[in-house]
Design a protein around this ligand. Sequence first.
Ligand SMILES: C[S@@+](CC[C@H](N)C(=O)[O-])C[C@H]1O[C@@H](n2cnc3c(N)ncnc32)[C@H](O)[C@@H]1O
Length: 211
Amino acid sequence: MPVGEVETPRRRHDLFSVIELIPESCIARLDPQKIFGRAAPLHVDLGCGDGAFLFALATRMPEKNFLGIERLASRVEKACRKAARIDNMRVLRMESFYAVRYLLPERSVEAFHLLFPDPWPKRRHQRRRIVAEDFLRTIWAALEENGILRIATDHLDYFTRISQLAEESSLFAFMQPSGENDFPVSAFEKKFTSTGARIYRLELRKISPVM
Ligand SMILES: C[S@@+](CC[C@H](N)C(=O)[O-])C[C@H]1O[C@@H](n2cnc3c(N)ncnc32)[C@H](O)[C@@H]1O
């Protein structure tokens, strides 16, 4: 927004109607080329929170397109405010698994980032964890050939379970995870490292199983 211009509700609406995706249908696949106005490799941040990580990454890589998916309205709004400052970032308010399964076209994503997914530490809540067999299959279908799923968590038990699921699925190869300086630091990573928590990272590359 030009300096000195006031952000009226109307103006905010106009701006966010481009930045925040409101899909025309909950069952039709999105068209990334139409959404971003160009064809470019697509990165998706699942549970993008306030969008700080994605905004920093999109700023670093102007040649790529970046989509943040988040279900909490207040965080979507914060992410949209950041996205409005650049051309290559959009935000979708939706449940991540649903969006990947039903809205993202197959083989359309170069990389997924899943940073600090809710760990649901209590045993009786663990079925709410987003990473499960189905989730990995769905991510696999949405990834391009050799596409990457990057995961970071401070929760060792969740990390161990994710690694086990990935190994059992045989849909992914384990990559050497990028170092902590290779990507921007997300808001939750900042929060966890400030308490001295250890961060566990996993990088999976899509492979095609031998038939
Ligand atoms: C612990 S925070 C991490 C936020 C951000 N990735 C970061 O690292 O700063 C988890 C985020 O994922 C969102 N979230 C959790 N489950 C989700 C789901 N199934 N679909 C969409 N967003 C989800 C939460 O609302 C929250 O903003």
